[in-house]
Structures are given as C-alpha cells and as structure tokens.
Ligand binder design. Structure first.
Ligand SMILES: *Cc1c(COP(=O)(O)O)cnc(C)c1O
Length: 487
C-alpha cells in the first residue's frame, strides 16, 4: 500500500540496486568530468519546485542519468588536491547502513555502541590517553570549535567565570595563540565562540614553517603583563600548506608555564603519528587539553566525520551539557533496558554541539575492522613515502624545484626556468596547475610558500599509486617545457 503522500518506504533494496550500476561506473572515473556538461545538468536540475511529485522511479532515473555521472571525482587515483578524497567501500557501506538502521547515535542500539567503540579505537590508534572524552562531529571546522570551546571554558573558570552559563565577561581582554600557518576554520571558531577573529595572535614561523617558539613566548609574556587572559595555545599537527608539525612538546611546556590550554589541530595530520619515521614529532601530544582529528581525510570515511578528544571529561560536559528537558529525559529508565528507548545508551550529545546526529562511529569502525591498525599504518607510511619520492624527483630534475621538504604526505614544488623571476614563475605555475586540472589525469592543488606559488599534492587518497606520483612530476615538467618554449 503506498503512503497517502506517495513516498515509498518499502522498496529500499530496489532503490539502492537501481543506482548501484551508475555508482560503479562513476567509480571508474572514465571520460570527462562534470564541468564538461555543466550547462546541461544545471539546466536539467535547476527546476521549479513541482506541485505534483514524479514518483520514486523517476527520481532514481535522474540520479542515475544526471546526478551521479556529474558528481565530484576527488577519489580518482590522480587526484591529490587540498585534503580531501572519496570514501572507501566499507566506510560508504557503513554510512548507508547507519543512514537506514542507525538513524540517531543515541539509544540502546548497535550503532550507539559502535560510536563508543570507534572513539576508543581511535584514541588507542592515535596515542590519546584512555581517560579522555571523545566525540565525533561533522569535520575539522566543528572538531576545532569544540576543542577551543573547552579551552575557553577552562580559561574563564580559572578566574571564576562559567562562560557556558554566563557568557564572556565585559571589560576583559583575552587571546588565542597560533602560527601564521593556522587553518582558517580556527578564525571562524574564534568568531563563533564570541572570542573574535581579532583575538587570534598570528605568531610567525621559522624556516621550516613551525611556530617560532621565542615569538610565542614573547607574546604570552607581554600579554600576561598586560592582564590579557590566554585562552589557548593552538598547535597544528600537519598544516595544510606544507604538512608541517608544530613543536608540540615545547608548546605544551609554554602552555603549562602560562597556565593555559593547549589545543592540537590534527585534522589532517593526526594520523601521521602512525608513521614511525615522523612519530617523534608528535611528542607531547598527550599533554594537550584537546585534539581535533578528521577521519574523513586520511581514513577516507564519507565526508561529515571529524572527531575531538578532550582531556577533562567533566569540563567538556560543563561546556556542552544540553541541560535537562522533560521531553528528552522523561522516559529514561535506570538499570537494564527492556526497550531500545529506555535510555540514551553511550552519551555523546552532552559533549558536542549536535543533539540529533548521524552515526559516524560505524563508518570509522568499519575501516578499522577491515584493515586494522596495520592497514592504517601502511597507508600513512605509503602516502608519506609518495611525498618524499616526489621531492626526490623534483630535486633531481633541473626544471623542477622543491619548495618545502615533506614532513607528511604533502610535497610543495614548482616548475622553474633559469631565466624567470619569482613573479613570472608564479604565473607560469598557476597556468601549469590550470592545465593539469583541465587534462584531469593528475589534479593537485596549489598554495603559496615563502611567496612562491607551489604545486601542492597532498596524498591521502587510497587509490593513488606511485605511478600517479611519478606521472605528476613528469607532466608538470612537460607542460612547463611546452609553455616556456612557446613564450
Ligand atoms: C581540513 C582541515 C581543517 C578543516 O576541516 P574540515 O573538515 O574541512 O572542516 C582544519 N584544520 C586542518 C589542519 C585541516 O587539515
């Protein structure tokens, strides 16, 4: 019997099976990408809201013919742009499973338990102490916001103010401290938390792009003298420009000395600790107050999966507790549950900014169960090796130049021509990157290091092989040669 509103909720298997061939085909990344047909699909999709629906079958047909083939190809082997990739199969399957069978992360049900299991497994994997409270959230933007919010709570409780309850005090000045290489979502977190973007002190970096410890200490000292409240020192473990890891241990020392919170943004690079060649650079991470890590990056979990870990569970609770609500708590039964709905199971909504939330833990659990610690270690080491091998290729080629020595899986390099100045080289490398995107086989992104335009692959994509690494170096050389010969 169809619903009176005509929505089908009985033919899920048919619906999913109907779109699977299109998804399979999409995952082979053949032919041109979506931009080639932009006019067509935009015209087809930007319709008026229909008064009468067309029914399930036609919706599935549009998904198959128009939407999926014109989706985003950031999982193709040659894609190495920004810090993003497409999900691996087990994570996508678990995502679908959760969307259907784990529609909330709370209550007494298997997805609620996997939320906890995955948080615990991630802590163990990343060297985060067992006692810390962890929670999944939507990604690095919120993961950092949650960590910094906990730091804000800590900073003001120290002077007798409960910010979560009473808000920020008037006639008070405060500051956040991070390097110039900090990710821009941290500025927004400061804005949303009422601290203000201007409260972020931009500490200069040394010649390896790590925060300058002397400058950080000077800033903390001067502010202390001036009565400015230090809200948090923020270290980045894997900057998005170069993959640099700030000196965490020394920053922990300074945070201790100035009695402030240390937050570590490891959204991209938190997993780098799995590569024993760079693991020592994470020394001191267990001394932080909070750590943000994005499973939707290096773990290739479907987008919408960040995580935050906070040392002080009670403090995190004071920051994020939802408070009582008859509407929610009314049905909670103490002791053994006789119904899924007898209690909320493992609690996460008092440590987060979301009440309703997708079950993200199942997606993380699926990948860790599938490939284990060993698989993640192998992936991270393999990707870091890709960046190192590209750096070697750049050093060996007289027309390529390495712009920053890789620490993790990012390699910043450029094409160079001996007679060209930096400004011309910047334009040339912008043009080379644009050509690469148009060709579509190798798609890195770009950044600027030391005022020099860098071609910047970041290897987190499980599909990438050494062939795409070598191919990128070769293609940059070829395009550069061609463009300079023309000029
Ligand atoms: C990706 C990233 C962010 C932002 O995370 P989103 O998941 O894109 O919101 C913040 N910091 C660092 C270091 C990142 O790599």
């Amino acid at each position: 019997m169809p619903n009176p509103d005509h929505a089908d909720s009985e033919n899920l298997k048919d619906a999913i099976e109907a779109i699977l061939p299109a998804l399979e085909k999409f995952n082979r990344f053949e032919g041109e990408d979506a931009s080639a047909r932009e006019k067509e699909w935009k015209a087809a999709l930007k319709e008026d809201l229909p008064e009468k629906g067309v029914g399930l079958e036609e919706v599935l047909g549009i998904l198959t013919d128009t939407v999926i083939p014109n989706g985003l190809r950031n999982g193709m082997p040659g894609f190495s742009g920004w810090v993003t990739t497409a999900p691996t199969s087990s994570a996508a399957a678990a995502g679908l499973a959760g969307m259907v069978a784990g529609t909330q992360r709370f209550w007494v049900q298997a997805f609620n338990t996997l939320e906890l299991v995955a948080v615990e497994w991630l802590k163990e994997l990343l060297g985060i102490p067992k006692e810390w409270q962890g929670t999944f959230n939507s990604g690095g933007s919120v993961a950092n916001l949650i960590g910094i919010a906990a730091g804000r709570q800590y900073a003001f409780e120290r002077i007798g103010i409960d910010v979560a309850q009473d808000g920020l005090p008037p006639d008070t000045r405060w500051r956040l401290y991070a390097s110039e290489e900090i990710h821009h979502v941290v500025h927004r977190a400061a804005a949303i938390l009422g601290l203000g973007r201007s409260s972020l002190a931009h500490i200069p970096v040394d010649n390896e792009y790590r925060i300058d410890l002397k400058a950080l200490e000077d800033a903390l000292k001067a502010d202390k003298k001036a009565g400015v409240i230090p809200v948090a020192v923020i270290a980045t473990a894997g900057t998005v420009n170069t993959g640099t890891i700030d000196p965490i241990e020394e920053m922990a020392d300074l945070a201790d000395e100035y009695e402030t919170w240390l937050h570590v943004d490891g959204a991209y690079g938190g997993f780098g600790i799995l590569d024993e060649r760079v693991a020592p650079l994470y020394k001191g991470i267990e001394r932080a107050g909070s750590i943000a890590v994005d499973p939707h990056k290096w773990m290739a979990i479907p987008i919408g999966c960040g995580s935050t870990f906070v040392r002080d569970r009670a403090l995190m609770g004071r920051t994020f507790n939802l408070g009582e609500a008859e509407y929610l708590e009314g049905s909670v039964v103490e002791g053994e549950a006789h119904s899924t709905f007898d209690n909320f199971g493992e609690l996460f909504h008092h440590f987060n900014i979301e009440q309703s939330s997708p079950s993200r833990g199942a997606r993380v659990w699926a990948v860790l169960k599938e490939i284990g610690k060993e698989g993640m270690r192998e992936r991270v080491a393999r990707h870091n090796s890709f960046a190192r091998s590209l750096a070697e290729l750049a050093k060996m080629d007289d027309r390529l130049e390495l712009l920053s020595e890789p620490v993790l899986s990012i390699c910043c390099f450029r094409y160079r021509a001996p007679e060209m100045k930096d400004e011309e080289l910047n334009d040339l490398n912008i043009a080379i990157a644009a050509r690469l995107r148009a060709e579509g086989q190798y798609v890195p992104s770009t950044t600027v290091v030391n005022e020099q335009l860098a071609i910047r692959p970041c290897y987190i994509n499980p599909h990438t092989t050494q062939a795409e690494v070598d191919g990128l170096a070769q293609r940059v050389r070829e395009i550069g040669d061609e463009m300079t010969a023309e000029g």
